[in-house]
Design a protein around this ligand. Structure first.
Ligand code: FAD
Length: 515
């Protein structure tokens, strides 16, 4: 294999940053016999992510031609010992927010290029799919749909990889019933930080299995996952209703997730000081009462939208309609604000991609995304809402604010994921965009607002947890994990003792022994 050892220059964010490929790294990797290839130039893509704020250039990018390439590369770095500062980051679809899939001067493994792990659907009484850790959920879904099957638990956006979401949790409006995606995995194949290739499940190498689920990439690179499936619905009734009273909104959400017979997806979002939004909905949703809906005026009030779906097929459409009617009759939304739509299951699950295409066409996708995702205990959600919506945040013009309840009983506390210590807790996701074209200060302002929200939680003693956590100091990580920290650190010592993996999470730093 031919390697490029020469120096090269890359442009970063308009400013010129000299990036010098480390000739030592290249020559040390030269001995590796791999099926794919290593690139020492053209590495700037691996230094970008959806957050669009961090740029950490790696020394090399591995395009793995097989799972053994991943194992051989990590094993090689492990054998270099603590005399080498090389680290390895798996990069899924690079939709992290603060460089979590980047490796400063290290090796980035482009998991999407992983070959030799084709998606394989297994029919039967308890169907499942085996898929590559680098597969996008949308592609896994498309393959499963050919068999009339689909995974049970989702994220709102499907152009993310299996390894990427399983390293966090994978949450969406189905999680109240099925748990997060990490509660729907039967088996993983993992390359540990020592370069060993292991299968793991609840029965085999269980400690590694649970460590990796929600493990922020710290214990191994997920090369394959076995995911539970269910019969795929054909169609979806998609419903939105509005509230102006936060207590009624959240009580209704909690009531719905507690029912046995309920909707199949339950989420919600917050609308602060936004005009024209309901008009936008009219292109895809039908108001039940068009006249009343067109006369609806928010009067400057903060609105809370409850969003639900019910799956149906042509042969049970009538019964499902009656079930929907019965469920809606239990709710206390503003009567003129019932909006409904019917779409295919695929169209519903892939809904955010439609927005992506629109935003990309306007140059508004690849902009900084100062997102903040919090898990707030139920007993404090009203205090949180009273202070944040309308006070810290004057409007929701920078992006959606999701707010919906989840239930702890559907999460497995043996995994590495950390959630608040209450049976019901809320995901509150501030999904801001900060395009500099519209306003140069928007990023700074959004980051300051995030800080004010975090400060408020601290001062008010709200025992929240960050989802997709971002901390820079180990004390903060210890506080995040709380009494789970000891176990997290122990597992790190067992599976990645040299702290090689996922350095972009900034939890452990590879200690380099000077020679
Ligand atoms: P990357 O950003 O590439 O990687 C994330 C982390 O996982 C890194 O530390 C990386 O090193 C590690 N990693 C990647 N692949 C592997 C692997 N195979 N094995 C081990 N470690 C690995 N999340 C939700 O839960 N629910 C949502 O509804 C949701 N919606 C989203 C919508 C959008 C538009 C975006 C941008 C993100 C959303 N997310 C959501 C967050 C998303 O789940 C995480 O950012 C996830 O990490 C992205 O997956 P990725 O493949 O891009 O991972």
């Amino acid at each position: 294999m031919h390697y490029f050892l020469e120096l090269f220059v890359v442009l970063v964010l308009g400013s010129v940053a000299m990036h010098v490929s480390d000739p030592g790294v290249a020559s040390s990797l030269e001995s590796l016999r791999i099926d794919g290839n290593l690139s020492f130039h053209d590495v700037s893509l691996a230094a970008r992510d959806f957050g669009n704020r961090y740029r950490l250039l790696p020394s090399a990018v591995l395009h793995p031609g097989s799972v053994s390439d991943v194992a051989a590369t990590v094993r090689h770095v492990f054998r270099m010992g603590s005399g080498s500062k090389l680290t390895v980051a798996a990069r899924g679809h690079g939709h992290s927010l603060q460089g979590q899939a980047q490796a400063d001067g290290g090796i980035v493994v482009r998991m999407e290029n992983l070959r030799g792990c084709e998606t394989k659907v297994h029919d039967g009484e308890q169907p499942y799919v085996d898929a590559s850790g680098g597969a996008l959920w949308i592609n896994v879904l498309l393959e499963c749909l050919k068999h009339g099957l689909a995974p049970k638990s989702w994220t709102d956006y499907l152009h993310l990889t299996i390894g990427g979401t399983l390293s966090n949790a994978g949450i969406s409006g189905q999680a109240f019933r099925h748990g997060p995606q990490i509660s729907n995995v039967h088996q993983l194949e993992i390359v540990t930080g020592k370069g060993e290739l292991l299968n793991c499940s609840a029965e085999e190498n269980a400690d590694l299995f649970y460590a990796a689920l929600g493990g922020l990439g710290q214990f191994g690179i997920i090369t394959r996952a076995r995911i539970a499936l269910e019969p795929a619905p054909k169609m979806v009734k998609w419903i939105r209703v509005l509230y102006s009273d936060f207590a009624s909104f959240t009580e209704d959400q909690e009531m719905l997730i507690s029912l046995k017979e309920t909707f199949d997806y339950i989420e919600g979002f917050v609308i602060i000081n936004r005009t024209g939004l309901l008009n936008n909905w009219r292109s895809s949703f039908n108001p039940q009462n068009p006249v009343q809906a067109s006369e609806f005026d928010s009067d400057g009030r903060i609105l809370f939208c409850l969003e639900m779906t019910k799956n149906f097929d042509q042969d049970n459409a009538e019964i499902v309609n009656q079930q929907v009617e019965a469920l809606l009759s239990k709710l206390r939304y503003i009567p003129s604000t019932l909006f409904q739509s019917e779409v295919s299951y695929l169209e519903f699950l892939d809904r955010v991609h439609v927005s992506e295409v629109k935003l990309r066409s306007k140059g508004l996708w690849e902009v900084p995304h100062p997102w903040l995702n919090l898990l707030i205990p139920r007993t404090r959600i009203r205090d949180f809402a009273a202070q944040v919506f309308g006070k810290i945040l004057p409007d929701s013009n920078n992006g959606p604010i999701l707010l919906y309840p989840l239930n702890k009983s559907k999460w497995d506390n043996r995994t590495s994921a950390v959630i608040p210590d209450e049976e019901i807790f809320y995901l509150v996701a501030f999904l801001s965009s900060a395009p500099s074209s519209s306003d140069h200060d928007s990023l700074d302002r959004a980051l300051k607002q995030n800080d004010r929200i975090l400060d408020f939680c601290k001062q008010a003693g709200i025992r929240m947890k960050q989802y997709l956590p971002y901390y820079t100091m180990q004390e903060e990580w210890r506080a995040h994990f709380g009494d789970r920290w000891e176990d997290f650190a122990r597992r790190k010592g067992v599976y990645d003792p040299l702290y090689i993996l996922a350095p972009g999470q900034r939890i452990f730093q590879k200690a380099v022994r000077s020679s």
